[in-house]
Ligand binder design. Structure first.
Ligand code: BES
Ligand code: ZN
Length: 876
């Protein structure tokens, strides 16, 4: 394997910067291949630093000239190497550098720094992209006030956008024009942005609670303005919500969002100028699904919420990433919960947490929410930092209670405003306002791995003595062999056999407001004089990011499924029952025996079909995914057996409850025109799960309905759901529908992405050939991250049985693409490579094939730091 020489960055090595920056004046004259950046930067010594030579970060830059306090410097006055510019004889006082760099945005395929997307110019600077625009102290603890002057040809670019407020604009000779933007709030370089080009605008306004009027703009590709309305509506709701829920008011005169079609991530929170992957802005009933609408709402909110948690208060260094990301994910989750169904939102979030974060936490890429070291920061925008990071905030709120949580947040927003903060400073705000000791809780930030809490109940029917024994443990993770006990808040309730909640007070142990805090390796709760063993409803609302091992009897599960007052645990009861059947069936299947499914599951599910919350019932009908099942099995996994088991249970369920499903399908039909509101979206989701189960359990009926629905649907949600059902069933009908869909939407890349993903996820052996064929489709491009993710990403991460084909062809294919993509876009290549993270849990033959493919990647000699880091850790 190639020797890994890239630098390791360690948290313990953090040092305050030697130099600070007061102001930055950036003058950008845009040109396809020769964009000139004149950066005038005021430096001053940091009183907390050591002085010495000024060393600036730079990446892929051509320096045209460098002046100190207005005087041009000779080339011997500084040294430039691959990643730095060092100023010799740096004056030990405040001074100004004027740096002129030349950029080639057209050649920027990494999509970091300044690049072109569909004829426009845009930037992406987080985490370390600003150094691809000019030489700079490109670290988040260097905060400065920015003024940006943008110059471009009028004919090429009518729109000139920057951070902050526009303070000047006008015409220049020869068909050029300019605009000057000033952002009064000091910010780190990663929040810098500019956008230049021909774009359509949808405008609006928002009155803040203190009465300031904010002009809002959503900029999209011309002609797509009619798809920007929902994003604008979501933005206005987000601004209002943040004032009410967290007291956060917007702080500039304008807030702009730009949708671009080439973007590595989902979206970016640049101050006053958020830049979005257009997938998370554009929506119309004919082109976007209910899930797309929900994503847009959540991501618009997330990036907007960063204005306080991320921008006004930023991170001292990238180890503190969860300070902004985990907290902001928590905030966007709460926003969506308030706008929609809280229960359904929680279920969806826990599904994501378990499928993404739990998988990461149990594999070779496991790391703490706040890592101790990294080689490539781009690889740490992970489910652990984001989703587990959000769970830590949620636990903090559970432990402190809503009032003390809000007091701590208020304190944080006031005390740390305008600073680059750390997790320690964040926690200190809660300690100071609540008077609680959070030292032990803070371990959650440092210890990787998912704690396992096993619960054993003993009940003595003679004496009525009921004991619950809790024990926690965490498996070793890379670099952390020994684990300590964590502070785990367990929300708990007791039900009788009729499902009524019992009010029980423990004789030993403490239950505060239904929460038991397990903060030692083991502990007991003891109750006396009970008539019967209660049904234990534990980990309600998923009160901690743990795996709960509780041997609930089938009877108790059925009580909870029917009656639990905690909707999360009602859903969990169904999931737990299904998971038990699926695990057993996977093993049966692997041994070549016939699978059998306990009909009591279908029976119980049939009783919840008539509830009122349609979205919730849809969640109950949606079985654990193949990767969930694989994770539960844990080792020696045969993905084909898992797929067959899941198909088997869906078939059994669809068959058993076929009649009520048919009825439900008919009842939920509506003549009303499409609206993306949560209620009607919930009804559609239930109707479409019913269709899916019918098509597999009663194919003659279900497939006919699916064909009909595909033809008559007036919205993408129903149309695509029907297509997805057809796609799961071999035959002519699906090929006809797939072709029809492609013809209908051939000019709509975001819709074609759905079509690519759907085909890449078909769990059949022919799929790999189909994916290879689709790479030649005129709508596909290896250069666009959305296309790559929708086809290759969906195959690698969303089709476990085919990516993990027994002949290794899936690994060979994906590894070739990773190697190829790494040459143009390392970030996206590294993400696709992430699909290999479960390789060690597979049965031995597949494990060997996966390892061979991984070694082939590792043996390449020109790997990016991104891919090198992931492949090295995956193999370690
Ligand atoms: N700050 C990130 C965007 C980002 C991520 C920039 C990684 C550079 C590297 C942004 O706030 C974010 O978290 N975006 C998410 C979506 C969000 C709703 C979780 C994304 O892009 O996936
Ligand atoms: Zn974010």
């Amino acid at each position: 394997m190639r020797l890994d020489t890239s630098r390791v960055i360690r948290l313990v090595d953090y040092k305050a910067p030697d130099w600070l920056i007061e102001t930055v004046h950036l003058d950008a004259t845009l040109d396809d291949t020769r964009t000139r950046i004149v950066a005038t930067i005021q430096f001053k010594p940091n009183p907390k630093g050591m002085g010495g030579a000024l060393v600036l970060d730079g990446d892929d830059l051509v320096l045209e000239s460098l002046a100190l306090d207005g005087v041009q410097l000779p080339t011997f006055a500084y040294t430039i190497d691959r990643h730095t510019l060092t100023l010799h004889d740096t004056p030990q006082r405040a001074f100004t550098l004027t740096i002129v760099t030349l950029l080639d945005p057209a050649a920027n395929s990494q999509l970091m720094g300044l690049y072109r997307s569909s004829g426009n110019y845009c930037t992406q600077c987080e985490a370390e992209g600003f150094r691809r625009i000019t030489f700079f102290l490109d670290r988040p603890d260097v905060m400065a006030v920015y003024t940006t002057r943008i110059v471009a040809k009028k004919e090429e670019a009518s729109v000139l956008l920057g951070n902050g407020n526009r303070v000047e604009a006008g015409d220049l000779p020869n068909g050029w024009h300019y605009a000057v933007w000033h952002d009064p709030h000091p910010k780190p370089s990663y929040l810098f942005a500019l956008v230049v080009g021909k774009l359509g605008k949808v405008g609006g306004s928002f009155m803040t609670r203190s009465g300031r009027n904010v002009e809002l703009g959503i900029y999209v590709e011309s002609g797509k303005e009619n798809r920007a309305g929902y994003a604008l509506d979501a933005l206005i709701r987000s601004m209002k919500w943040d004032e009410e829920a967290f007291g956060c008011e917007y702080d500039l005169d304008v807030f702009n969002i730009v949708a671009v079609s080439d973007f590595n991530m989902g979206a970016m929170e640049n101050k006053g100028l958020n830049i979005f992957n257009d997938k998370y802005v554009l929506a119309s009933p004919e082109t976007a699904t209910d899930a797309d609408y929900a994503n847009i709402e959540a991501i618009i909110a997330h990036e907007y919420f960063h204005n306080w948690t991320g921008n006004r208060i930023t991170c001292r260094d990238w180890f503190q990433l969860c300070l902004k990301e985990g907290l902001t994910v928590f905030r966007d989750q709460e926003f969506s919960a308030d706008q929609r169904s809280r229960a359904v939102k929680r279920i969806a979030d826990v599904r994501t947490l378990r499928s993404q974060q739990f998988t990461e936490d149990s594999g070779p890429l496991a790391h703490p929410v706040r890592p101790f070291e990294y080689r490539e920061i781009n690889n740490f925008y992970t489910p652990t930092v984001y989703e587990k990071g959000a769970e830590l905030i949620r636990m903090l709120k559970t432990l402190l209670g809503a009032d003390d949580f809000r007091k701590g947040m208020d304190e944080y927003l006031a005390r740390c405003d305008g600073t680059a903060a750390t997790i320690e400073e964040f926690i200190a705000c809660f300690v100071d306002t609540s008077g609680r000791d959070l030292t032990h809780f803070a371990r959650w930030y440092e210890q990787a791995g998912t704690p396992l809490v096993s619960v054993t109940e003993t009940f003595d029917s003679e004496s009525g003595h009921y004991r619950i024994h809790f024990a926690q443990s965490t498996k070793p993770t890379p670099g952390q062999p020994d684990k300590q006990a964590m502070v785990i808040p367990l929300a708990i309730a007791f039900l009788n056999k009729q499902g009524l909640e019992l009010k029980l007070t423990p004789k030993t142990g403490q239950l505060d407001d239904h929460v038991f805090v397990l903060d030692t390796e083991s502990a007991d709760l003891v109750f006396e004089h009970l008539d019967e063993k209660p049904v234990l409803s534990a980990l309600r609302g998923f009160s901690a990011p743990i795996v709960l091992e509780l041997d609930t009897s089938d009877d108790d599960r059925l009580v909870m499924l029917a009656h639990d007052t905690d909707p999360f645990n009602r859903w969990q009861a169904a999931q737990g029952f299904a998971m038990k059947l699926l695990k057993a069936a996977s093993i049966t299947r692997r041994e070549g025996r016939e699978m059998h499914f306990d009909p009591r599951f279908a029976e119980a599910v049939s009783h919840v079909l008539n509830g009122k919350d349609h979205a919730f019932i849809a969640q109950i009908l949606a079985l654990p995914s193949e990767s969930d099942i694989a994770r539960e099995i844990g080792d020696n996994v045969d993905p084909d057996a898992v797929r067959d088991a899941r198909l088997g249970l869906r078939r059994a369920l669809g068959h058993h409850i076929g009649q009520p499903l048919q009825l439900l399908y008919a009842t939920l039909e509506t003549k009303e025109s499409y609206r993306p509101d949560p209620q009607s979206a919930g009804s559609r989701s239930l109707r479409n799960v019913a269709l899916d189960l019918l098509a597999i359990g009663m194919p003659e009926i279900g497939l006919r309905l699916a064909e009909q629905q595909y033809r008559t649907a007036d919205n993408m949600t129903d149309r695509f759901a029907a297509l997805a059902v057809l796609a799961q069933h071999r035959g002519e009908a699906r090929e006809i529908a797939l072709e029809h869909f492609a013809n209908t939407f051939e000019n709509d890349p975001l819709v074609l992405d759905k079509w690519f993903s759907l085909q890449a996820s078909i769990p059949e052996l022919e799929t790999l050939d189909r994916v290879k064929r689709l790479m030649a489709h005129p709508g596909f491009s290896m250069k666009n991250p959305n296309r790559l993710r929708s086809l290759i990403g969906a195959f690698a991460a969303g089709n476990p049985s085919q990516f993990n084909r027994a002949d290794g062809a899936g690994y060979d294919f994906v590894s070739e693409i990773v190697i190829d993509t790494d040459r143009s876009n390392p970030q996206v290549a590294a993400r696709i490579l992430g699909a290999f993270k479960t390789w060690r849990t597979l049965e031995p033959d597949r494990r060997a094939l996966a390892e061979t493919a991984l070694r082939r990647i590792a043996d390449q000699d020109q790997l990016s730091p991104d891919v090198l880091d992931i492949v090295t850790r995956t193999l370690a």
